[in-house]
Structure formats: structure tokens, C-alpha cells
Design a protein around this ligand. Structure first.
Ligand code: PBG
Length: 330
């Protein structure tokens, strides 16, 4: 260990110019780190702003294809698709999730046909399809686990048939990764990737997203019997271990910035591709603060994303993906 002390030791030497700061930077953000979540709606040539998320629009499939071209041109490796299901297709049991002609399947197929080189990630959960806004089957105020898992496996199979590359179960039912993996293997889809929303917390930060997919007003109660208690950290490691054992290729922590300690523990313990979701509430905190002139937009976006990398994330799902890629490419 060096015995250098001030004044022979001066930490500011490595910060004095741009070139030396770049030279000693320990983490870097790259376009390869970005996954871009988008919202899909019915129609043609439709781009409707999401009231709760300034700067984010729901796109009809034709415009989603254009958006995918733009993302691919910027070098973004992957997009995550979320549907705003028409009201008349939302039911108690969410069976629209298994319809091969649903919004997500049509969007996936259209994007993969036009832009084969961008990865498509599809969420597995019933909330965009149920009339009660829950991720699983609801009976007498209880979310049924095993019955839900059977449907989720069919939903996953449906999405893979449409061309989905990464299945991302966000429902937090027990045992679903194993059942989905087995179902995919049995159907011959042995190359499908699974990114488990392994540690997903019951969070207020999802509020704006629920408006975007139209599940917020419908939601009865909360999701605390399946999503995790924000107080817990060891429990996240148990969840991650289980999902890996059941066949997940990659894991995700969600929300992101308030849970960077979890990202770090997961990466340090499991050494598996680890992703974090900078969720809708985190997006609006930054976007709205910038809009009001309270913070510099570009540098706060960049800093927030770099923080994920520093904590150990291999990539970030972020609504800022396009903007961040533009900054990085310029
Ligand atoms: C659905 C799902 C949610 C999000 C991603 N998938 C909402 C929820 O669990 O209620 C939130 C994403 C965001 O807030 O940006 N299960």
C-alpha cells in the first residue's frame, strides 16, 4: 500500500482535464447497454401522447416499425413492447394474452419482419389484458398462483410463435420461470432467451406506466401479495437464485435507481447478465424536472444511466434509450 499523503497525494490530479478523466473512468455507458420500452396501440398512423409520461407516445404498429428502424440505426440492441389493449378485449381471465392476433404478437411479427436485427423482448403478465388490472387470475380477492402460471406459459409460447426473442416474465408468480422454460423446450423453442423480472418490488414508481397501458384505473387493490416488499434485500437474492435455477438466462431488478443496492448485490453474488429497469416513475421525475428547468436534461439522463452501470448492471431498460443513444453517438 502506498504511504503517500497530502501533499504528495493529491486526488485532484486525476480529474484535472477531460482526457485524464476519460482515461481513468471506471465505468462507461454504451448504446449496447440500452433496451427501449415502447407502448403499442391499435390503429394506423397513430401516435398518442401518454398523459402521465411527457415525451412518451403510444404507437400504432406501423409507427412502431418506424421507431424500431430508428432504434436499430442508432445501434440499440433490443426493444421491449407493451400493449394498450382495447377495453373490449380486457376480461376477467385475460385470455387476450394468448390470442395469436393480439397487439403484441402483431407488433412483434411486423417489427421482426422489417427490422430482423433488433431484439424483441415481450413482457409476460396478464395486467394489460385483465379487467381488474392484476398480473394474474383473481378469485375472491386472491391472485391464484398455479392457475396463472399455466396461462403465462401459453402467453409466452404465443409471443415466441410471433417472433419474440426474449421472454420477460414480470408477474412474480412462484415457479413460472421453470414452467415457461419447460413449455418452450417441449415446443422446440430451445433458443428463446428468458429475462426474469426476478426481483420486482411493489412500487409506486409504476404509476405512469399503468396509465400508459390503461391498467391503472382498473386496478383493484395493490400488488403486494406477489410483488416484493421494498424493505427486503435478502429476499431478492432468494428470488434471483430460484429464477436462475429454473432456467433464466438473465435477470432484472425493478425499479432501478431506488434499488441500486439490489443490483450490486445480485451482480456480486450471481455473476449473471443483470439488468435494471429505470421505470416510468423514474423517467417522469427526471423528464419533468428538466422540463421545469430545474435540472439539465442531458446530463441528468446520462448520470442516471451511468449509475446503473457503476452498480453492476449489464444493461438498462429506459424510456430515454433513443435520446441516450443520440447523445452517445454524437
Ligand atoms: C406489468 C409491468 C409493470 C411494469 C412493467 N411490466 C407494471 C406493474 O407491475 O404494475 C412497470 C414499468 C414501468 O413503470 O415503467 N406487470
Amino acid at each position: 500500500m502506498s504511504k503517500a499523503q497530502f501533499p504528495s497525494l493529491r486526488m485532484r490530479r486525476i480529474r484535472q482535464t477531460d482526457w485524464v478523466r476519460r482515461m481513468v473512468a471506471e465505468t462507461r455507458l454504451s448504446v449496447d447497454d440500452l433496451i427501449w420500452p415502447i407502448f403499442i396501440q391499435d390503429g394506423k398512423n397513430q401516435s398518442e401522447s401518454v398523459a402521465a409520461m411527457s415525451g412518451v407516445n403510444r404507437l400504432s404498429i406501423d409507427l412502431a416499425v418506424e421507431a424500431a428502424k430508428k432504434a436499430a440505426d442508432l445501434g440499440i440492441p433490443c426493444m421491449a413492447l407493451f400493449p394498450n389493449t382495447p377495453a373490449d378485449k380486457r376480461t376477467k381471465d385475460g385470455n387476450e394474452a394468448c390470442n395469436p392476433e393480439n397487439l403484441i404478437c402483431r407488433a412483434t411479427h411486423a417489427i421482426k419482419s422489417a427490422v430482423p436485427d433488433i431484439g424483441i423482448l415481450c413482457d409476460v403478465a396478464l395486467d394489460p389484458y385483465t379487467n381488474h388490472g392484476h398480473d394474474g387470475l383473481l378469485e375472491d380477492e386472491i391472485i391464484l398462483n398455479d392457475e396463472t402460471v399455466e396461462i403465462l406459459a401459453q402467453q409466452a409460447l404465443n409471443q415466441v410463435a410471433a417472433g419474440c426473442d426474449i421472454i420477460a416474465p414480470s408477474d412474480m408468480m412462484d415457479g413460472r420461470i421453470g414452467v415457461i422454460r419447460e413449455t418452450l423446450e417441449f415446443a422446440g423453442h430451445s433458443d428463446t432467451l428468458i429475462m426474469a423480472y426476478a426481483a420486482k418490488y411493489a412500487s409506486a414508481f409504476y404509476g405512469p406506466f399503468r396509465e400508459a397501458v390503461g391498467s391503472g384505473d382498473r386496478l383493484k387493490g395493490d400488488k403486494r401479495t406477489y410483488q416484493m416488499n421494498p424493505a427486503n434485500s435478502d429476499e431478492a437474492l432468494r428470488e434471483i437464485a430460484l429464477d436462475i435455477a429454473e432456467g433464466a438466462d438473465m435477470v432484472m431488478i425493478k425499479p432501478g435507481m431506488p434499488y441500486l443496492d439490489i443490483v450490486k448485490r445480485v451482480k456480486d453474488n450471481f455473476h449473471i447478465p443483470t439488468f435494471a429497469y429505470q421505470v416510468s416513475g423514474e423517467y417522469i421525475m427526471l423528464a419533468n424536472a428538466a422540463e421545469q428547468g430545474l435540472m439539465d436534461r442531458q446530463s441528468s439522463i446520462f448520470e442516471s444511466l451511468l449509475a446503473f452501470k457503476r452498480a453492476g448492471a449489464d444493461g438498462i431498460l429506459t424510456y430515454f434509450a433513443i435520446e441516450a443513444a443520440e447523445i452517445l453517438n454524437s
